[in-house]
Design a protein around this ligand. Structure first.
Ligand SMILES: [Zn+2]
Length: 105
């Protein structure tokens, strides 16, 4: 028997410099804005790698863990989707019958 369950499906460490995008010379959300942000981020990463190499910079840096969660089937691990097969509620991916008592989310 399978059931719907919430599970971590991705983990990243994200390093964010403070106020990197605060002074964008373009209106937020425009193509020019995002192009500028991409260039700023690439430049900052290059500088950060140089810092890691030579330890000259003392700029404040925050690091965070970002996590993806997804509702998945407890048996096959695929994204949760229900189907009714021959009158029985099943996982649409693996076809295993759903244990309704175990399904909490
Ligand atoms: Zn399944």
């Amino acid at each position: 028997m399978s059931h719907k369950t919430k599970r971590t499906t991705g983990v990243r460490i994200v390093c964010s410099p403070n106020r990197l995008f605060s002074y964008a010379p373009h209106q937020w959300g425009t193509k020019q804005y995002w192009d500028w942000c991409e260039r700023q981020a690439a430049e900052w990463c290059a500088e950060f790698h140089a810092f890691m190499r030579d330890h000259r910079s003392r700029d404040p840096v925050s690091m965070d863990v970002e996590r993806d969660t997804e509702t998945v089937c407890s048996k096959c691990g695929e994204r949760w989707e229900e189907d009714i097969i021959e009158g029985t509620l099943c996982c649409a991916s693996c076809g295993d019958p759903v244990d309704v008592k175990e399904t909490t989310t």
